[in-house]
Ligand binder design. Structure first.
Ligand SMILES: NC(=O)c1ccc[n+]([C@@H]2O[C@H](COP(=O)([O-])OP(=O)(O)OC[C@H]3O[C@@H](n4cnc5c(N)ncnc54)[C@H](OP(=O)(O)O)[C@@H]3O)[C@@H](O)[C@H]2O)c1
Length: 334
């Protein structure tokens, strides 16, 4: 089957979700430790703000720029009705550097008494081919949105599990994907191996972001299959949100067109964040699921197809080899 021509259903679903009211998150986070990646801007910043409002004990803003992270921390603290409840820390994290990811996760493992929520929100969308030298030369979108995100998931899973055992709780690992996975062309699926194609310019960058989100969805499903309870693992589409920087690197005309056409449908970054918090508070039924607007939803037909299932195993196998090369033994924690 073709991975996905843009189906009419995509637009109908988009309209339905974009106008679904998303309630203010109310789950008490007292005592919890929460990591949000990409917490200095856009949806991640608003998600972090909600966690501080909900009384998390410790909130870690994982940001590649410490200055931007500190500004976000000040911004969040200034907006709280009762500041001082949550200890907010800015930890450096560059998803284009495997060493930075390893350092971050080791720090979490060795210094955090508990970890209740890992919200893997950081992501990029670009049409420019830019290899990440500190991520073995993988193209930056794939390095950021897929390989490093899952390196973090693998490395933080034991910390989440330990928290469940010690505190009799249900921690959450939530990965931010996108409904745009629906129209990924993913033409590299016919290559002998998928990930090596991201070391080259052989495949179009116009399709890279959507493909990265398709891959993250497939890999979340496989991770959840292999890592049953106690940690709830799921992925979420925040919906199309305005007031974020995601499209800032797009060619001017493409970004303008996107904003003009879709702006009337857009959600605020705060609403997108509410959707993320609902997923990271999901019940056992959300394990391995794709969530939209606060509920378990249906991913693209390709994801649920036999071909998609085979691809899920294939990319998982390739990813494990890469991650084992970066952090030997890391897959044993899954
Ligand atoms: N906005 C939408 O309409 C939409 C729709 C569907 C899915 N999403 C997803 O939602 C998530 C958040 O997007 P957003 O719209 O809030 O975008 P955004 O405003 O651009 O925020 C992205 C965040 O990720 C961080 N980041 C980027 N590269 C990084 C790296 N190498 N290491 C560490 N952090 C890095 C950014 O840091 P810097 O500030 O330093 O760049 C920023 O904090 C993304 O996963 C995106 O794919 C967004």
């Amino acid at each position: 089957m073709p991975v996905s021509p843009i189906p009419a259903k995509f637009f109908l679903d988009l309209i339905k979700h974009q106008f679904t009211p998303i309630p203010l998150p109310t789950t008490d986070c007292t005592g919890q430790t929460i990591i949000v990646t990409g917490a200095n801007a856009g949806i991640g910043l608003e998600a972090a703000r909600h966690y501080a409002r909900l009384g998390a004990a410790k909130l870690i803003l994982a940001c590649r720029s410490t200055a931007k992270g500190e500004a976000a921390k000040a911004n969040i603290e200034a907006s709280l009705a009762t500041p001082g409840v949550t200890t907010i820390e800015v930890w450096p994290l560059d998803l284009c550097s495997f060493e930075s990811v390893r350092h971050f996760c080791r720090r979490a493992d060795t210094t955090l008494p508990r970890l209740d929520i890992f919200l893997a929100n950081a992501g990029i969308s670009t049409f420019r081919y830019s290899p990440a030298p500190d991520a073995e030369g993988y193209e930056s979108t794939i390095a950021t949105n897929v390989i490093s995100t899952f390196l973090m998931a693998f490395m933080l899973l034991p910390t989440l599990r330990r928290t469940a055992a010690q505190h009799n709780t249900t921690p959450h690992l939530t990965i931010v994907t996108s409904d745009s996975h629906t129209f990924a062309e993913f033409s590299e699926r016919n290559a002998p191996a998928i990930f090596p194609t991201y070391l080259t310019t052989a495949y179009p960058m116009a399709d890279r972001y959507t493909t990265s989100k398709l891959l993250s969805l497939l890999l979340t499903r496989e991770l959840a299959d292999r890592a049953p309870s106690p940690v709830v693992i799921n992925c979420v589409n925040p919906g199309f949100c305005r007031s974020t920087n995601l499209f800032d690197d797009w060619p001017v005309l493409a970004a303008l067109l996107l904003r003009v056409v879709f702006f009337p449908l857009s959600r605020s970054a705060d609403t997108g964040a509410r959707v993320l918090l609902a997923a990271a508070d999901g019940g056992p039924e959300s394990h391995g699921a794709y969530l939209e607007s606060g509920h378990v939803s249906t991913p693209s037909a390709y994801v649920s197809s036999t071909e998609g299932g085979e691809m899920q195993k294939r990319v998982w196998g390739e990813l494990v080899v890469i991650l084992e090369g970066v952090e030997p033994g890391v897959s044993k924690g899954v």
